[in-house]
Design a protein around this ligand. Structure first.
Ligand code: HEM
Ligand SMILES: *[C@@H]1O[C@H](CO)[C@@H](O)[C@H](O)[C@H]1NC(C)=O
Ligand SMILES: *[C@@H]1O[C@H](CO)[C@@H](O)[C@H](O)[C@H]1NC(C)=O
Ligand SMILES: *[C@@H]1O[C@H](CO)[C@@H](O)[C@H](O)[C@H]1NC(C)=O
Ligand SMILES: *[C@@H]1O[C@H](CO)[C@@H](O)[C@H](O)[C@H]1NC(C)=O
Ligand SMILES: *[C@@H]1O[C@H](CO)[C@@H](O)[C@H](O)[C@H]1NC(C)=O
Ligand SMILES: *[C@@H]1O[C@H](CO)[C@@H](O)[C@H](O)[C@H]1NC(C)=O
Ligand SMILES: *[C@@H]1O[C@H](CO)[C@@H](O)[C@H](O)[C@H]1NC(C)=O
Ligand SMILES: *[C@@H]1O[C@H](CO)[C@@H](O)[C@H](O)[C@H]1NC(C)=O
Ligand SMILES: *[C@@H]1O[C@H](CO)[C@@H](O)[C@H](O)[C@H]1NC(C)=O
Ligand SMILES: *[C@@H]1O[C@H](CO)[C@@H](O)[C@H](O)[C@H]1NC(C)=O
Length: 361
């Protein structure tokens, strides 16, 4: 991508623009990618997400985080959805940052089933996940809508170690966070902006309790808040507990800028959240988002699109997975055979719950 300084005119302008973009965004995703090949695709995904959200509003934060954890590990290629790595070994899905806290897999499966019935072998799982995250933003925000450039192809590798190496953890310092996002072509500002997702959703005790005892000692968490968390969580470390708490303690189901307002009150839940106001580079950004919700939301929607571009596979790379949990069979010559393998119960029967999802399209 390095280019010399001798180019002139429009070529130089294009080159200059290219140099400013992260490599990943050069891949050609397009808004309306399925306009002709599957015009109902986005509506069907939206229907599945809306139905699941009506039953359990936690699905929205779950799907937004699922998309993030997909994109940060081998790019946005639905590798996080795989239950089996064809090469053997543990998958991303098995990795501690994902298992057992990640949620929303069954919503992607329901959306995929609906989309496959409408247009078989056409819409990738990675795109379905990107659409579902967008719909989740739309369901929890106000005036929160963005067009999702699509055309992602699905990968066929999923390794636990890749998840451990690429997903930022709640004990991350400002430096760790900025560095980790930088490796994905995202800026420090993108990192602060996207952390605002923590204005919805929940967290498990092992993500915050013990590290926050150190924060209590250093005066960077409200003692009353930590006391509340101590009461909620079993006191001993080392063992997973299902107990969770809302990350944004005052407006946990609304995609607003309240997350940033809590930080200076020493009410950020994770050490990593608190880091955003302890660092001289990051704090002014967090404070500007606390002061201006419109500013944050504009940047948030743009940053979600940018995140959705990370290291995407397009064109003939990868594949369109038929079942989001497993890669397609290696010898995919006979499509009837694939249908048999991937949908043993048939695609038009024995699938009542997913059928309900499409009924009103
Ligand atoms: C900046 C680095 C980040 C760190 C260290 C981080 C860490 C975490 C942790 C520890 C949890 C709680 C998991 C649990 O114990 O259940 C969580 C939840 C969540 N994260 Fe992040 N996160 C980061 C960035 C992001 C980004 C970029 C997004 C989305 C764009 C995101 C979206 C979410 C959402 C929506 C939840 C709630 C999930 C649910 O309710 O199921 N996070 N995050
Ligand atoms: C799909 O249709 C929409 C609305 O007409 C349009 O904005 C978009 O550019 C189209 N995309 C493609 C790839 O055809
Ligand atoms: C509704 O949500 C609950 C969890 O809150 C889940 O156990 C159940 O399977 C969901 N039902 C449907 C039909 O999605
Ligand atoms: C959802 O998106 C639509 C545009 O399709 C927009 O009109 C609406 O305000 C959004 N809803 C919320 C709650 O953001
Ligand atoms: C943060 O970065 C430091 C220095 O590179 C490293 O030693 C540490 O393991 C990282 N911590 C986390 C939680 O990523
Ligand atoms: C974070 O740090 C605490 C306290 O040092 C430790 O108990 C916990 O296991 C760490 N959590 C993670 C996810 O590394
Ligand atoms: C953890 O959650 C369980 C189930 O909701 C609850 O019974 C328990 O009181 C909570 N707290 C502790 C400290 O285990
Ligand atoms: C603040 O974060 C930046 C990364 O955005 C890092 O380069 C810098 O070292 C951090 N400053 C301190 C004092 O930790
Ligand atoms: C808040 O941000 C928006 C969007 O950037 C901007 O138009 C507006 O002027 C800002 N409001 C204030 C009070 O600064
Ligand atoms: C994974 O996909 C690539 C093409 O994208 C293909 O060459 C390779 O054989 C596939 N591997 C497996 C295990 O399916
Ligand atoms: C997808 O594959 C998984 C794992 O093999 C299987 O359990 C599931 O039933 C399949 N889904 C469909 C719709 O066939």
């Amino acid at each position: 991508m390095r280019m010399g300084g001798s180019l002139a005119g429009p070529v130089a302008l294009v080159a200059a623009v290219c140099l400013l973009l992260p490599a990943a965004s050069l891949a050609q995703l397009q808004v309306g990618f399925y306009n002709t090949s599957c015009p109902n695709a986005e509506a069907l995904v939206r229907q599945a997400v809306t139905a699941a959200f009506a039953n359990n509003s936690g699905i929205a934060p779950g799907l937004i985080r699922l998309h993030f954890h997909d994109c940060f590990v081998r790019g946005c290629d639905a590798s996080v959805l795989l239950k089996v790595n064809p090469g053997g070994g543990s998958t991303e899905r098995d990795a501690p940052p994902n298992n057992p806290s990640l949620r929303g897999f069954e919503v992607i499966d329901a959306a995929k089933a609906a989309v496959e019935r409408s247009c078989p072998r056409t819409v990738s799982c990675a795109d379905i996940l990107a659409f579902a995250a967008r719909d989740s933003v739309n369901l929890t925000g106000s005036n929160a809508f963005y067009q999702v450039p699509a055309g992602r192809r699905d990968g066929n590798i999923s390794r636990q170690d890749d998840a451990l190496d690429n997903l930022p953890g709640p004990n991350s310092t400002a430096h760790n966070l900025t560095d980790g996002f930088g490796r994905k072509g995202l800026s420090a500002e993108d990192m602060v902006v996207l952390s605002g997702s923590h204005t919805i959703g929940r967290s498990h005790c092992d993500s915050f309790l013990f590290k926050n005892r150190e924060r209590l000692a250093s005066g960077t968490i409200s003692p009353a808040y930590q006391a509340l968390l101590e009461a909620l969580c079993p006191p001993t470390t080392g063992q997973f507990t299902p107990n969770t708490t809302e990350i944004d303690l005052s407006t946990p189901t609304v995609l607003d800028n309240n997350y940033y307002k809590l930080l200076p009150l020493n009410l950020g839940l994770h050490f990593s959240d608190d880091q955003l106001i302890r660092n001289a580079t990051l704090a002014p950004l967090a404070n500007s988002f606390a002061a201006n919700e419109t500013l944050w939301k504009e940047k948030f929607l743009a940053a979600m699109i940018k995140m959705g571009n990370i290291e995407v596979k397009t064109g003939s790379q990868g594949e369109v997975r038929l079942n989001c949990s497993v890669v397609n069979p290696a010898s995919s010559s006979s499509s009837a055979e694939i249908e048999m393998l991937m949908f043993p119960g048939g695609t038009t029967s024995d699938d009542a719950p997913a059928e309900d999802v499409v009924a009103t399209s």
